[in-house]
Design a protein around this ligand. Structure first.
Ligand SMILES: NC(=O)c1ccc[n+]([C@@H]2O[C@H](COP(=O)([O-])OP(=O)(O)OC[C@H]3O[C@@H](n4cnc5c(N)ncnc54)[C@H](OP(=O)(O)O)[C@@H]3O)[C@@H](O)[C@H]2O)c1
Length: 274
């Protein structure tokens, strides 16, 4: 990975995870700066990873090649406006946003119409370097910067590029919000296992290990369709078949489809809020 001076605006959970991933991958810590209003998070990151810190966003931006916008979506407009008001020039910088619900057009209206912007949508397991990130590049982004942003987000997991910005909302539906879908499914299974007589701890372990093992089987068999994996463990007339038939009769596939569409629609609506 090429070494560029990166400034993170925001030093919270997600910025910290990306920084952690980068430093673990051997990225030079003195090329990384985190800027936030208070010192609590920045000092912690400096102690852990020996990165530079700042309490002055504009100064930190001015000494960087790449700016990662890692503040909460509702803060983003104020933070970007303040940078613009302080004369920050983004014409030769790459801006990477990790905030949900803020369009490229909105960021360009704040930072400059021709700013090279990459919009990313990571999910929460990125905090454990097991994330899934969708990325979209504005037309001002060159191939070198695209490669750099892809490698940056690879520090916290896997990446998928989308060619159309609207597809970022599909990323939200398929991976951004997905951890909560799995938590709900696991929670429902755990509750039933407890009702069947297991302790909460045993029920959690039964569900967790089954989820981990199933995900690992999917990962280790990239050429086998998910439906085949399912059929392979579903003997006709057996116990699994009873459960799967029940899920299907009660409309699980259609429910999943509707839920994912609702997430994508909400993503599109949120773009109008900020
Ligand atoms: N966490 C996730 O799982 C997740 C997943 C996908 C996307 N994201 C996106 O990642 C972004 C950050 O989320 P997070 O969970 O990392 O948030 P977080 O832990 O709450 O961190 C927010 C950071 O923003 C800083 N901040 C607030 N006002 C600022 C300002 N004016 N200038 C500079 N920094 C400022 C805070 O400063 P202090 O340190 O001084 O408090 C804090 O370091 C959000 O846009 C979110 O949508 C997060």
């Amino acid at each position: 990975m090429q070494h560029k001076h990166i400034t993170f605006i925001g030093a919270g959970n997600m910025a910290g995870s990306i920084i952690s991933g980068l430093v673990k991958d051997g990225y030079p810590a003195d090329y990384i700066c985190a800027s936030a209003p208070s010192t609590a998070n920045t000092e912690k990151l400096a102690q852990q990873f020996a990165i530079k810190t700042s309490q002055n966003n504009a100064q930190a931006v001015n000494t960087s090649d790449v700016v990662v916008l890692g503040v909460k979506p509702q803060m983003m407009a104020d933070v970007c406006q303040a940078l613009a008001d302080q004369g920050c020039d983004f014409s030769n910088k790459l801006v990477i946003s990790i905030a949900a619900g803020i369009s490229v057009q909105r960021l360009q209206s704040l930072l400059g119409e021709n700013t090279a912007i990459i919009r990313t949508m990571p999910n929460t397991p990125s905090l454990l370097q097991k994330g899934m990130t969708g990325l979209f590049a504005s037309q001002q982004v060159n191939e070198e910067d695209k490669k750099f942003a892809g490698e940056l987000m690879t520090a916290v997991g896997e990446t998928v590029w989308v060619e159309d910005e609207a597809m970022i909302n599909a990323v939200i539906a398929a991976s951004g919000s997905a951890p909560a879908y799995f938590f709900l499914f696991m929670e429902s299974m755990q509750n039933k296992a407890i009702e069947m007589g297991f302790s909460a701890e045993q029920a959690r372990l039964l569900v967790l290990q089954s989820a981990l093992g199933s995900a690992e089987m999917v990962k280790q068999n990239p050429d086998i369709e998910l439906s085949t994996l399912r059929k392979n463990v579903t003997s006709k007339g057996g116990t699994t078949a009873e459960a799967i038939n029940t899920f299907q009769q009660l409309g699980l596939p259609a429910t999943v489809e509707k839920a994912m569409q609702a997430a994508a629609d909400r993503g599109a609506d949120m773009e109008k809020l900020f």
